[in-house]
Design a protein around this ligand. Structure first.
Ligand code: CTP
Length: 397
């Protein structure tokens, strides 16, 4: 995506990955952005200011008393910039930014910037997953910041884990998406199925599953914030849908299929996060089934429910609506998701393990599409929703 004419400030934090910020600056330049660089004092210990000066043609700002700015450095830089991208964002830098500290040129600029901000974190996995960092990331996200990465792979310590700086292309894509901002899904209608379905055995008993609907609601609220019209088709759950979305409440898989099909023609995309029951009792007893005599066993005959997503995939002519499925597995997560990708004829699947999904606020998902597997960093369901919608927006563009 071109960034022609956009003013982008690259904020470099003090971590081993600081040298990769040079590649990011080059990538932004390749996309025709006008780039300036601000470095924290510790970043200058990792990479020379003259390297950035050489590629951007302007010496980077490294302190608040920079004599080349006649006024206040941070105010002028913030006024100049259309987007700020911090790479690498260290745990320390995220903490200071989340607290609104303004004690160096980069932090001071961040504290008075009104433009979109993207953080590309890089640190050891234990720092990324530590409760304070998780809190700081959430706080920055609530304040409107976006995140690119981190990726999983070899870390500076020699260990494997989450914490590698995202690739320059991905960071630049996130900057481009942030610049489009709230309008990213404007004019698009998204249908999102949410929660479990519930299959009645008799008037008081049913078969269901442990889906809470949190992932679907996270997607609904992020999609709404990005300008989409959101239609939620929800199975029975105690979690409340976010405000500002249209809600159709259903009970069984067949009701969910009917409700989704009713709105499918209007949809630019359908995201099936619902944990649809695969089977239902062959018959629902009209009266409560009684415990009979001395029978130690009883069985209920089950029949297959329709596969809503596969039905949409089979009926689709061309590429609309875009179709996204979710797969929660206990093992071989990505392999099963890939199989569902082709069997159900969808654009991409979002795979996660049952142990990190059900009922929790955090998750770790892998987006599985026709190009490959794209693991996302562990984080909140809101963060995962952001990553899924970024990919969907690219598909709809
Ligand atoms: N799905 C659906 N209708 C069904 C079952 C699943 O639309 N009857 C959708 C889910 O909403 C999800 C995707 O298909 O987006 C994958 O669901 P999942 O339960 O993982 O797959 P199944 O096809 O049911 O396979 P299995 O349960 O054997 O893993």
């Amino acid at each position: 995506m071109s960034l022609e004419g956009k003013h982008v400030l690259v904020g470099v934090g003090g971590g081993i990955a600081a040298y990769k910020a040079v590649l990011l600056v080059r990538e932004l330049g390749r996309r025709r952005a006008l780039v300036k660089v601000a470095m924290t004092p510790s970043a200058t210990r990792f990479v020379g200011a003259s390297t950035f000066g050489g590629i951007t043609g302007t010496p980077p700002v490294t302190d608040l008393w920079d004599p080349s700015y006649p006024g206040e450095v941070h105010v002028e830089l913030a006024a100049w910039t259309d987007a700020i991208v911090v790479a690498p964002a260290t745990a320390n830098l995220l903490a200071r930014a989340a607290a609104g500290m303004a004690d160096d040129a980069l932090l001071a600029t961040l504290s008075c910037a009104e433009c979109p901000v993207v953080y590309a974190p890089a640190m050891h996995e234990r720092m990324w997953l530590s409760p304070p960092t998780v809190r700081n990331v959430e706080r920055l996200r609530e304040d409107g910041a976006r995140f690119a990465g981190p990726l999983r792979g070899p870390l500076a310590s020699g260990e494997e884990g989450w914490g590698r700086l995202a690739e320059p292309e991905e960071i630049a894509d996130t900057v481009a998406a942030a610049l489009v901002g709230g309008d990213q899904l404007a004019g698009k209608t998204l249908v999102i199925s949410v929660g479990p379905t519930l299959e009645d055995i008799d008037p008081v008993r049913f078969i269901s599953n442990r889906s809470s609907g949190r992932m679907g609601f996270a997607l609904a609220s992020v999609a709404r914030d990005r300008g989409a019209r959101v239609v939620v088709v929800m199975g029975p759950t105690s979690v409340q849908p976010p405000p500002g979305v249209e809600v159709h409440a259903v009970r069984s898989a067949r009701e969910m299929q009917q409700a989704v099909n009713d709105v499918a023609d209007d949809a630019d995309a359908i995201i099936m996060t619902a944990a649809v029951a695969d089977y239902r009792p062959a018959e629902m007893a009209e009266q409560k089934i009684k415990k009979t005599g001395n029978k130690d066993h009883m069985s209920i005959e089950l029949v297959k429910n329709p596969d809503i997503l596969a039905g949409l995939g089979a009926a689709r002519k061309g590429t609309r609506p875009a179709l996204v499925g979710f797969a929660m597995e206990t093992h071989d997560v990505v392999a099963y998701a890939r199989r569902k990708l082709t069997q159900k004829k969808v654009d991409f699947m979002v795979a996660n393990e049952a142990s990190v999904g059900f009922g929790r606020d955090d998750t770790q998902v892998t987006i599985v599409d026709h190009d490959g597997d794209h693991p996302q960093p562990p984080g909140s369901k809101m963060a995962a929703a952001g990553a899924v919608l970024d990919r969907l927006a690219k598909l709809l563009a």
